[in-house]
Design a protein. Structure first.
Length: 248
């Protein structure tokens, strides 16, 4: 019995040694696609990153020469990638499973910095090849370094909260395309249609203020009065104020 066990172990070790000398036959990249949401990163980009990181063509390398953890860490250095798992299957294929970050807003600040913020409030670099259509935050907003999360008590954090709240309602989410921070605490929400500006001095009781805004637009629609005001102020808890009527 002991001889049999030793024999099996020997065969197992030889099998492992033989496998590690085999070369990678293929690279399979799997990205968590979601219907209706444009990807930030593509399989071709991932393959280019891996080929650039390794000294030779990955398909010409022995399995034992590939440091899986090193490949994972290299890919995680791209701010568009949230999670990654790299493994080699029984067919000698190198598999790369990618969970990408999902931007919810794009920042364009006065210092010229541009970047996305994802659902976790983390910096995401703009893609050289692809743009994602999300609300744009402009004006007096802070800078943010790659890999960092937004801090509380900042305009970025305020914008993050506004966008998350807008996403709760399909109408409001489709309505607002820009958030602009003026000097002081005044915030302007710029709709995709119409010339009016929606004024918000602070985000206290924000859900109810946005609910009031939606009801206000419904009333305007009933009387075909879109574009009637230059400003729609939702700063107050229980009312919406239309200002500066436009003269026909």
């Amino acid at each position: 019995m002991a001889c049999a066990v030793i024999g099996m172990l020997s065969l197992w070790i030889l099998g492992i040694q033989r496998t590690t000398t085999l070369k990678i036959t293929n690279v399979e990249v799997h990205i968590d696609n979601k219907e209706g949401i444009r990807d930030l990163i593509t399989a071709k980009e991932i393959e280019r990153m891996v080929d650039k990181d390794l000294p030779n063509d990955i398909r010409m390398q022995a399995i034992r020469s590939i440091d899986i953890e090193e490949v994972e860490q290299m890919l995680l250095g791209d701010t568009r990638i949230h999670k990654v798992e790299v493994y080699i299957d029984a067919k000698q294929s190198l598999n790369i499973d990618i969970v990408q970050r999902r931007p919810i807003l794009r920042v364009m600040n006065r210092s010229g910095q541009q970047f996305y913020i994802d659902q976790q409030g983390t910096y995401v670099a703009l893609s050289e090849y692809r743009a994602v259509r999300v609300p744009v935050v402009t004006g007096r907003v802070e800078s943010l370094n790659p890999g960092k999360k937004i801090r509380k008590n900042t305009h970025l954090y305020t914008a993050f909260n506004i966008v998350n709240q807008l996403s709760e309602d399909p109408f409001l989410s489709a309505l607002i395309e820009q958030i602009y921070f003026e000097k002081g605490n005044r915030i302007l929400l710029i709709p995709k249609i119409g010339d009016e500006k929606i004024v918000l001095d602070h985000i206290d009781d924000l859900p109810n203020k946005l609910k009031n805004l939606k009801e206000f637009y419904k009333e305007l629609a009933k009387i075909n009065a879109w574009g009637k005001y230059d400003e729609i102020d939702i700063s107050y808890r229980k009312q919406v104020i239309g200002r500066n009527p436009v003269t026909p």
